[in-house]
Design a protein around this ligand. Sequence first.
Ligand SMILES: [Cu+2]
Length: 134
Amino acid sequence: MRNGFTIKLAESILLAGLLAMVGFILLLDPVTARSMEKGKQVIHMNASNFKFTPDNLKFFRPGPVTLAVENISDYEHNFTIKNPKGQVLESVDLPHRKKTTVTFDLPEPGKYDFYCDIDSHARLGMKGQIQVGE
Ligand SMILES: [Cu+2]
């Protein structure tokens, strides 16, 4: 009876620890956690003056990505992404106070730079990177 209780208690503590760990990982890095889901990957991103949030995304493998980019500022912005060779993959304007959905393929492992192509916004910090693979 006493031993059974002790084992049950140890199991409960172990389980609680595991759940806490999983919760912590999800809290710590929601983007990476979400990228582990199968199928279509939809990531929410904010565009403001002069920053994308998040500005750094990682995916384990190549594939299609859908970004829901919300321009939370009162100014026009743009989302342009280049492939690892520096060629423009996709470029969409982001009307102010609106959410714009953009879908593109990340065909190969590597680093994909994205930025706002309006005036000097990228130089002011409106840029980021998507990494595919290790
Ligand atoms: Cu901009």
